[in-house]
Design a protein around this ligand. Structure first.
Ligand SMILES: Nc1nc2c(c(=O)[nH]1)N[C@H]1C(S)=C(S)[C@@H](COP(=O)(O)OP(=O)(O)OC[C@H]3O[C@@H](n4cnc5c(=O)[nH]c(N)nc54)[C@H](O)[C@@H]3O)O[C@H]1N2
Ligand SMILES: Nc1nc2c(c(=O)[nH]1)N[C@H]1C(S)=C(S)[C@@H](COP(=O)(O)OP(=O)(O)OC[C@H]3O[C@@H](n4cnc5c(=O)[nH]c(N)nc54)[C@H](O)[C@@H]3O)O[C@H]1N2
Ligand SMILES: [Mo]
Length: 751
């Protein structure tokens, strides 16, 4: 945004955060190519480390936990002086975080004090105009409350009110948005998640639940396949365990269509044909069967439906076929199948990118099968690792998961006696289509919080049309993002330093508390206080409208979230214990080591009747991918120095990400007379986007790659190239199927 825009939005003159990197950043090898240039915000030189711990200079130390949607869910410490956060660091009390933070985490102080933050409630004088008028909180809340009451009067229900939240703000406290609306009655809720749902269903068919082995036990593995994930970007703290396994003799194989930074760190890399991974896994299973390498004692103790699976393999799968489908040579498939089956224990980490396909759930089931057949489930150093819901029932929502029924969460019964679940639900992954077609009543008022659908949800042009249909859109956020551009009212929200929260891992097993370290900046309010204001105004306008606790104190509410189940799970006496140190759940050891699977048979189900009942094959069969509808496949995966639409918009992050880039193979570019650095247009069925080309042999010839991201000085939006096509699975456990984000096709031309 330029200076005039800044003034219009109540921003100060831009002050650039520019602190030099220090050794503290380089603790993880995976950080790789940082160089010596300006990077995040780090400890100032005068804060010298003291012998007994802490730093000179009299800082007040507070526990924080990163609320981003990320594998690593880092435990952090903030250092405050004179009411200002001066620097943050990783908490050594959590062995997973191990005292290190990623570049994004190190930049938190800069993001909280960014001049670009939304500072006051504001109203836009015409959507998309960028002309913002400051409102008082009372004025803003009054306008919204009147609209909610109007919806109820017009429709006789609150179904015209839509709640859109996703993963921008994770943990217990963000559940307050559900509680606030559930306290009024039935509303319309966007459900599901674009993130990991196909894989969740797949693992739930096979084992009854998605649980992952503790990443801190990965060094016990003798063989590690990193399959369709990029932890060197997306889970940098896990890389130390991958390296530790290798130091102890494990081989690391990476399977990805793109030669990623993770691939660069592996011993062997396979450039697979995208969307054919199921065939590869099944081809390996067939070879293991033929060689007599299946783990018979594991199968006898754990498996159900194995004979049917074997019959399927014999009738339908050969290594020659798998090689033709995937592009991986037969001898390599055979060699690795044998190595993997005999390495004991061996593990596979399946990334979320792997299942963002029309056959994504089927792929995850096939790879689970490879782990099961080789006896690598329930053993330390083994594991079909994907994600873990071990902690989630206790600590909050991610996408569509129900929050706990505590005080911060949901009043389970609304004033009219309705139950919170009995509301209208719309598939978040088809949000544009859903909002365009929802009727009787239409969604009139959309409340967006912890979510940036204009950047993150699909078919951008359709999304703009859908939002134009709203009578009022309210966004609760930190920055003037692309969804705020389409809104009528913005409400400024607090950062992690300014609020109470608790968050737990969906990959590792830790939970931590997030203390309020400073008073809210500007006129920002935490979501509990926003809920209180709205409740009070609604009840003034229409007595008894909402049962949300009007006197709710954020800290008290959070502390009350710790019920007996959570105490038992994390071995804590109360939430207050977490003020002393983060806690780790459960006993050491792998998932499923007790052999008690949560499936109907109580065993690992090679054949799942529930899967069949839900419309898929009972066996983990191969399902071919989406048919190409353009010359080049478009991948839009996750960036290293950004997290979805967060961080890349920050001024100092522009040193790493100055502008959007499309990566193209040199031969593909040459055929289109595109040179490195040229401006190009990528054109798909759903839309087009212009950006700079970078040529690299790391790409397959028939693919292009653009990172999902939001640049504050650029209209770039990768969702112009991504349609709303669903993945196969996901509806069972999350309320909506996943999305085929990586089954997209386009062409590129010089402009
Ligand atoms: N093309 C493509 N699209 C994708 C993906 C992809 O790989 N490719 N990945 C998908 C995946 S895996 C995911 S999980 C989704 C993520 O989609 P989102 O969850 O929507 O993404 P974020 O950008 O992390 O966060 C959204 C907003 O939350 C705001 N926010 C941060 N902190 C707070 C807070 O404390 N309170 C409030 N109210 N707001 C806050 C941020 O400023 C940001 O504007 O995107 C999906 N979209
Ligand atoms: N730095 C950073 N960290 C993050 C995030 C972020 O945005 N930035 N996002 C967080 C979130 S919400 C998520 S969901 C995770 C995502 O974590 P990951 O799943 O590790 O990351 P993605 O970038 O979604 O996809 C990983 C890889 O999948 C590959 N892929 C796509 N299709 C196929 C296929 O058919 N076969 C194979 N073998 N590979 C395929 C892509 O080429 C890509 O390299 O990371 C979390 N951590
Ligand atoms: Mo995600």
């Amino acid at each position: 945004m330029n200076k005039t825009d800044r003034a219009a939005r109540g921003c100060d003159n831009g002050r650039r955060f520019f602190l030099k990197g220090t050794a503290a950043m380089g603790t993880l090898g995976a950080l790789g190519a940082l160089g010596s240039g300006p990077c995040g915000l780090l400890r100032p030189a005068q804060a010298a480390p003291l012998k007994g711990g802490g730093y000179a200079g009299g800082y007040a130390v507070h526990r924080q936990v990163c609320p981003r949607n990320c594998y690593d869910t880092c435990m952090m410490l903030s250092h405050v002086k004179d009411g200002r956060v001066e620097f943050v660091e990783g908490d050594t009390a959590c062995t997973f975080t191990g005292g290190g933070l990623c570049v994004k985490g190190n930049s938190y102080v800069g993001s909280a004090y960014s001049p670009d933050r939304i500072k006051y409630p504001m109203e836009q004088q015409g959507r998309g105009t960028g002309k913002w008028k400051r409102l008082s909180w009372d004025e803003a809340i009054d306008k919204i409350a009147r609209k909610i009451v109007e919806c109820k009067q017009k429709d006789g229900s609150l179904l015209g009110v839509g709640l859109n939240r996703l993963s921008g703000h994770q943990g217990v406290t963000p559940n307050v948005a559900d509680g606030m609306f559930a306290s009024m009655g039935y509303i319309t809720r966007l459900v599901g998640t674009p993130c990991w749902p196909a894989g969740i269903d797949a693992q739930s068919y096979d084992m009854g639940k998605m649980l992952a082995d503790d990443p801190e036990e990965m060094p016990e593995s003798r063989y590690v396949i990193l399959w369709g994930g990029n932890p060197a970007y997306c889970s940098i703290h896990s890389m130390k365990y991958v390296y530790a396994a290798r130091e102890r003799g494990a081989k690391i194989l990476c399977i990805d269509p793109v030669f990623t930074q993770t691939a660069a760190k592996a011993d062997e890399y396979w450039q697979i044909r995208t969307g054919t991974d199921g065939a590869l896994a099944l081809g390996m299973c067939r070879h293991i069967l033929d060689k007599g390498l299946a783990d018979q004692s594991w199968l006898a103790a754990n498996a159900s439906g194995y004979d049917e699976f074997v019959a399927y393999l014999r009738d339908n799968v050969t290594v020659e076929w798998a090689s033709k489908e995937t592009g991986i040579p037969e001898d390599k498939i055979r060699a690795v199948a044998e190595e993997f089956a005999t390495a004991k224990p061996a593990t596979i980490w399946m990334g979320y990118g792997l299942q963002r396909h029309t056959n994504g759930g089927a792929t995850i089931r096939s790879i689970d099968t490879l782990c099961a057949m080789t006896g690598n489930i329930g053993v330390t150093g083994g594991g079909a690792r994907y994600g873990s819901l071990l902690n989630y029932v206790f600590t909050g929502a991610h996408g569509a998961f129900q929050p706990p029924s505590g005080s911060v969460g949901v009043q389970t019964t609304a004033p009219d006696g309705s139950v919170k679940n009995a509301r209208r639900t719309l598939n978040i992954n088809k949000m544009a289509e859903m909002l365009l077609t929802a009727d009787n009543p239409p969604v009139r008022l959309l409340w967006v919080t912890g979510c940036n659908p204009v950047s993150q949800i699909f078919d951008h042009q359709k999304m703009l049309k859908a939002l134009a249909r709203m009578e009022m859109t309210v966004v609760v956020d930190l920055f003037f993002n692309q969804t705020v551009e389409q809104a009528d009212i913005v409400l400024p929200v607090t950062t992690l330093f300014e609020e109470w929260n608790a968050n737990a891992g969906y990959w590792h097993r830790w939970v931590g508390i997030n203390e309020k370290a400073i008073e809210p900046l500007h006129e920002a309010k935490c979501q509990v206080d926003i809920a209180k204001l709205l409740t009070a105004r609604l009840n003034q306008l229409s007595p008894g409208f909402s049962t949300f606790p009007a006197d709710a104190d954020p800290r008290t509410l959070l502390m009350a979230e710790c019920g007996q189940a959570m105490k038992d799970h994390f071995g804590i006496a109360s939430m207050e214990d977490l003020l002393k140190a983060p806690a780790k759940a459960g006993k050491p050891g792998p998932a499923w080591s007790d052999g008690k699977y949560l499936t109907p048979s109580g065993r690992y189900e090679f054949k799942s009747d529930i899967c069949a009942r839900n419309g898929f094959n009972a066996l983990p069969v191969y399902v071919p991918g989406r048919k190409p509808f353009g010359p080049l496949r478009v991948l839009t995966p996750h960036a290293k120095f950004g997290l979805h639409s967060q961080f890349i918009n920050l001024e100092w992050m522009e040193d790493f990400n100055p502008e959007p880039i499309v990566y193209i193979h040199p031969e593909t570019a040459a055929a289109r007379s595109i040179r490195d650095g040229d401006m190009v247009e990528v054109k798909a069925r759903t839309g087009a986007t212009r950006l700079r080309a970078r040529l690299t042999g790391n790409m397959p010839r028939d693919h292009i790659l653009l990172y999902e991201a939001w640049f504050r000085n650029n209209t770039y939006n990768c969702q112009n190239l991504v349609d709303e096509e669903s993945a196969d699975m996901g509806e069972w456990k999350t309320g909506a199927p996943g999305v085929a984000i990586h089954d997209q096709f386009a062409d590129v031309a010089r402009v």
